[in-house]
Design a protein around this ligand. Structure first.
Ligand code: GAL
Length: 686
């Protein structure tokens, strides 16, 4: 059962730092928050020195006052545990709590997240400050919940302190029991890496040409995730015990962290921090970049963990640190658009980062709703507009959930292994992006679907189509589950490099695609990397696609049919494997399995949508231009659906509404040709 936030209405929040401002500003800040429609504040996540100025001496005065006043203004509070920023006295006295780089250099005080999860004294001091805070604030009438730490595994997601090496050994002993088993799992016979005593075993350390043992690295990432989860659980258990009437969450999605497991084991739901203007710093590759719209994919991942969630930090201004990450201001309308992007994907509370831009420190260029001047501006006006809209329509939408008939499959093992493995990791990222972009442009809502140990065929069955672009690591159990999904009527699509690794990242001696060769009815007879020096081989579409042509990118598996009923839908058209199968289909039970021998690109996906008979739910109802996203939330209480139409373009976009529908936001009936303003939003009620 997924863990979701339960809300009666949509709410707006804001991240607020009373410790950054003179007390004389607080009251005016709270009054103006209420005027804008903001009802929640998130506080305290970096304030450890305020609560514990000296070791073991606790002080709550500043936040007592700030919270009492917030309560007088009817604001609810999410309280952040302050462990992302250990005080100077702590790291000075206990330097073993500091994180260390792979090359052995220790991080020092001066930024944040400079600690490690495994130093016993850090765990002890964290547990103590969290207990003190929970005991002190458990009955505060303003508090509704807790955020643990801030952005677990942000800033860095690798840890090499002595405490981590030590804990890794323990973790490995538990996983493998014997050194023999560890040596087998890591294939240490290769290059004489065999361990003969546990003390010789470490997390990866600097190696010649920076090329550590890949199986060790995969376990290292699993270990980092487990360490982070155990640290979050340490805090969550205290909060749940001392303040059982409050919710417990944490914010963000970061690397080397199984956020599904973390939420299941420790939290009440996951929260996310959404900064769509990172797209201006790291734009997506390929034609027609999605830019800020790409955040819809990250929101889809959050939704797979908690169908209804919080956005704890929603970008509310231009972004930048003093020395890095300079991003432009959100254009007029974008702040509202991004708020509804989060809502469309399942958020029920959106909290802006931050109320006012910091006037000191690393983030003086990371702007909040207000600039340094503290005067109303176009961003406050946008928040006000959203606040008014939430007051009118929030009760209808809250608790409804996103609807999709297509899923892109993922799992953490492939994500973590593919990060290091250049033969498929980069393919996975580009193929996933191609599928997402193409589905977006065709107005076909899609879910991110993580395969977990408890995933069942019944869960997968809700999807008409599942795509797993490059599942290099694929166990027999997962293959059985996926075969069951196909036999029960699902369409399943694999790409090249499927099924050639086991859980350790080693390559079993059997023909690829390993455990799904049978259901696909193919074996990989030969293969080659297609990189920039050897541009994609033209692919010739046969059967349904007539004589369309596109490129088979990244990698080419040359397929041999291994079942009498495997059909060839496309063949390669040049080089030494001209005429060999590139795309196959096999009907199995009530469903169909597809194998495509290359990485997916935008054109290939567009052609496959036809083969898969995938249509937008808007087909025959709405005509939508490419720049408008369609997202649908269904309210089971009322059986109503809300169709979010989000215009990401700088220009008005015209849609055609074939039958009259009410737009919730403007409260008008729309029919025929309707223009959506630049960065505008429409929510049709159906
Ligand atoms: C988030 C973080 C905030 C703030 C913001 C802007 O990742 O949680 O504390 O740093 O980025 O940089």
């Amino acid at each position: 059962m997924k863990k979701s936030f339960q809300a009666d209405t949509l709410q707006l929040g804001v991240c607020y730092y009373p410790e950054h401002w003179p007390e004389s500003l607080w009251e005016d800040d709270y009054r103006r928050m209420r005027d804008l429609g903001i009802s929640v504040i998130r506080v305290a996540e970096f304030a450890w020195t305020i609560f514990e100025p000296e070791e073991g001496i606790f002080s709550f005065q500043l936040f007592d006052k700030a919270l009492d006043l917030a309560h007088r203004y009817g604001l609810s509070v999410v309280f952040g545990t302050p462990t992302a920023t250990p005080p100077a006295w702590l790291t000075h006295k206990y330097p073993e709590v500091l994180n260390v780089r792979r090359d052995g250099v220790q991080y020092q005080h001066g930024q944040r997240r400079h600690y490690n999860y495994n130093a016993p004294i850090y765990r002890e001091l964290s547990a103590r400050v969290v207990t003190k805070l929970a005991e002190h604030y458990r009955h505060h009438p303003a508090i509704i919940g807790w955020q643990i730490d801030n952005e677990i595994n942000c800033e860095t997601n690798v840890f090499y302190s002595e405490a981590d090496h030590e804990a890794f050994r323990k973790w490995l002993k538990q996983r493998y029991q014997t050194l023999d088993a560890l040596n087998r799992a890591w294939g240490t016979v290769f290059w004489s890496q065999t361990y003969t005593a546990w003390e010789q075993v470490h997390l990866s350390r600097p190696t010649v040409s920076n090329s550590p043992n890949p199986h060790q690295l995969l376990d290292e990432n699993r270990f980092i995730s487990d360490s982070a989860i155990s640290y979050v659980k340490l805090q969550a258990d205290i909060l749940h015990r001392v303040a059982p009437h409050h919710f417990v969450t944490t914010n963000g999605l970061f690397g080397h962290l199984d956020s599904h497991k973390m939420t299941q084991e420790a939290l009440d739901f996951l929260s996310y921090d959404s900064y769509p203007n990172f797209a201006t710093i790291w734009p997506d590759e390929g034609p027609l970049p999605l830019l800020d719209r790409k955040w819809s994919w990250s929101l889809s991942v959050v939704r797979d963990i908690s169908p209804n969630f919080w956005v704890m930090e929603q970008q509310a201004g231009p972004g930048g640190w003093v020395n890095r990450m300079a991003a432009p201001s959100p254009k007029p309308g974008q702040l509202r658009l991004w708020t509804y992007q989060s809502i469309a994907h399942g958020a029920d509370v959106v909290s802006y980062f931050r109320w006012r831009t910091a006037t000191m420190g690393t983030e003086i260029y990371w702007h909040g709703i207000h600039d340094y001047s503290n005067l109303p501006n176009r961003r406050t006006a946008e928040v006000q507009r959203v606040g008014d809209e939430f007051a009118r329509v929030g009760g209808l939408i809250a608790g409804s959930t996103y609807v999709a008939k297509v899923g892109i499959l993922r799992d953490y093992a492939n994500e973590w292994d593919g990060e290091f493995d250049e033969w498929y990791g980069p393919l996975a990222r580009r193929s996933e992006a191609a599928w997402f972009k193409s589905l977006q442009h065709h107005h076909i809502p899609v879910d991110a679907v993580y395969l977990q140990t408890d995933t069942t065929a019944a869960h997968l069955k809700q999807y008409q189509v599942l795509v797993w672009p490059h599942a290099a690591i694929l166990s027999d159990e997962t293959a059985t589950l996926l075969t069951e999904y196909v036999s029960q009527g699902g369409s399943l699509v694999f790409g090249c490099r499927t099924g050639y690794k086991d859980e350790t990242g080693q390559c079993p001696m059997r023909p690829m695609p390993g455990p799904v060769a049978k259901v696909c009815g193919v074996e990989v007879a030969d293969f080659t990397l297609i990189d920039k020096r050897h541009p994609g081989t033209p692919l010739f579409w046969v059967a349904e696609m007539g004589d369309g042509e596109t490129y088979a990118d990244g990698f080419n598996d040359i397929l041999r049919l291994s079942a009498p009923d495997t059909e060839v839908l496309a063949r390669y058209r040049s080089t030494w494997y001209e005429g060999e199968p590139a795309l196959t289909r096999r009907r199995v039970g009530l469903g169909t399995a597809y194998y495509y021998g290359a990485a997916f690109n935008y054109d290939v996906v567009a052609s496959m949508l036809g083969i898969l008979e995938l249509k937008s739910p808007a087909d025959g109802i709405l005509d939508l231009p490419r720049d408008v996203e369609l997202a649908i939330r269904h309210q089971s209480k009322t059986t109503e659906s809300f169709w979010f139409l989000l215009n990401y373009a700088d220009t008005p976009q015209t849609i055609n509404v074939r039958q009259p529908y009410q737009d919730l936001l403007s409260n008008q009936t729309l029919q025929g040709s309707v223009a959506i303003e630049p960065h505008g939003v429409v929510i049709l009620r159906r």
